[in-house]
Design a protein around this ligand. Structure first.
Ligand SMILES: OC[C@H]1NNC[C@@H](O)[C@@H]1O
Ligand SMILES: [Ca+2]
Length: 453
């Protein structure tokens, strides 16, 4: 009998189990009740941007079905629910007048969650910038730090005493690399000069919101980062240099300044003439101390030197020895353990961490068969990654919870509805929800505190 088979995967008392979503990916009704246009309304309605011409106009119709979705969360035994607030629903122009009906949606949602005994974890910004702010430069305009803090203040005051855990910004790297460097995401720009400025303003806006939270808020505030660990492709010096550039550009660009270390040196090499220095006081604002940090984790990369791969000059080597998900991501659970250990070291070993997203996209049937959706690959991904997370806790990582991505199949941004990440299946023709086998397993994991693993 190997120790493996007898080991318990019981999680610590108080470990918080939940699931995550984001406004534009699930809500639909994106212009209803006085809501303003967001950059994703514009981007998704621009021909050529979205797979199959999909948009978030309807999505999972969560704006109308939120009560049934809370019932779904109860059937999944969820203790928490991570969602994002649509800035342009609450403040249609992004600054100034508040749209009471937009705020009311989140008010009812939060009260419904609390009545269900489910802890709300709210993200201020999950990519859907008010279009009116983009018209003023959006993340390229330094004023956005104040616009964002003002928006945060509306939420901190409205939900004081009800929402206790806040995330400022979801995945700064994706916002900037996707929206300003490579252009695959809204607002679809492709400029290293813009990416450097947008990245800095995203960080400044985070800091401004944390400062404002200290003045008017109550509870805990943090940021949510995507980290994809970069493993060596070989022991050749040029591959190690490429690995370090890739690690700096994705995993350190935002983490290091947040932790008071300033930008990693490698970014000057990556961005060349597009790189610039910034005022010292910005870095004090950016490093405003936070109460927790979220990690969104999916996969690892094994980058090799690639002089033609602009601007990082690194390209991932396909790891053909392991399975890959529908989004082309290698399934490699040990890297999840490694990243959790690395992140706790990078944040001083004491800052409470939470896995704010983890999951996998696989081909699922378009509708249930005999009331079931069998998703063995997602079951396997979930089992192996929860065990990897348990290993990290065993190594002393101060990990407080896990939010499965995602509660529902939803709009996977420019990939449309073609990529299904849900532990609950959505039949987009009927909006019928069916808990998948992975969701049934997750409910058992939560009930048994992990013992079922
Ligand atoms: O790609 C899967 C997820 N990754 N993090 C941000 C979410 O909005 C994505 O759907
Ligand atoms: Ca909208």
């Amino acid at each position: 009998m190997s120790s493996e088979t007898t080991r318990s995967y019981r999680f610590p008392e108080g470990f918080l189990w939940g699931a995550a979503t984001a406004a534009y990916q699930i809500e639909g009704s994106s212009m209803a009740d006085g809501a303003g246009e967001s950059i994703w309304d514009r981007f998704s309605h621009t021909p050529g941007n979205m797979k199959d011409g999909d948009t978030g106009d309807v999505a999972c119709d969560h704006y109308n079905r939120w009560r049934e979705d809370i019932e779904l969360m109860k059937r999944l035994n969820l203790q928490a629910y991570r969602f994002s607030v649509s800035w342009s629903r609450v403040i249609p122009e992004g600054r100034g007048a508040i749209n009471a009906k937009g705020l009311d949606f989140y008010d009812r949602l939060v009260d419904g969650l609390l009545e269900a005994g489910i802890e709300p974890l709210a993200t201020l910004y999950h990519w859907d910038l008010p279009a009116a702010l983009d018209d003023r430069g959006g993340w390229l305009n330094p004023d956005i730090a104040d616009w964002f803090a003002d928006y945060g203040q509306v939420l901190f005051e409205t939900f004081k005493g009800r929402v206790k855990t806040w995330g400022t910004i979801n995945e700064p790297w994706v916002i900037v690399d996707g929206g300003y460097l490579h252009g695959a995401l809204a607002p679809g720009h492709r400029s290293a000069f813009e990416a450097v400025i947008a990245g800095h303003n995203v960080l400044r806006a985070h800091g401004a919101a944390v400062k404002r939270f200290r003045e008017v808020g109550e509870g805990r505030i943090g940021i949510v980062l995507n980290i994809e660990p970069k493993y060596p492709a070989s022991d050749k010096p040029e591959d190690e240099a490429a690995r370090k550039r890739a690690e700096a550009q994705m995993n350190r660009w935002f983490l290091d300044p947040l932790m008071g270390r300033g930008y990693p040196e490698e970014l000057k090499d990556v961005y060349g003439e597009a790189w610039r220095e910034f005022p010292r006081e910005d870095f004090e604002l950016i490093a405003e101390p936070t109460d927790w940090m979220g990690l969104n984790w999916y996969t690892r990369a094994v980058p090799e030197n690639a002089p033609d791969a602009w601007p990082v000059r690194a390209r991932p080597v396909k790891q053909v020895q392991h399975a890959h998900t529908e989004t082309g991501w290698e399934v490699y659970p040990p890297a999840f353990t490694d990243t959790l250990v690395w992140l706790s070291e990078q944040t001083g070993g004491k800052l409470p961490l939470m896995v704010t997203e983890n999951g996998s996209a696989w081909y699922d049937p378009p509708h249930a068969i005999e009331g079931r959706i069998h998703d063995p690959m997602r079951v396997h991904y979930l089992q192996t990654h929860l065990k990897a997370m348990h290993d990290a806790i065993g190594k002393g990582v101060p990990l407080r919870g896990y939010m499965a991505w995602s509660l529902l199949d939803n709009l996977e941004w420019s990939l449309g509805y073609s990529k299904r990440f849900g532990i609950t299946h959505v039949n987009f023709a009927t909006q019928e929800r069916t808990i998948k086998d992975s969701g049934l397993l997750y409910a058992e994991v939560i009930r048994s505190h992990g013992e079922v693993l």
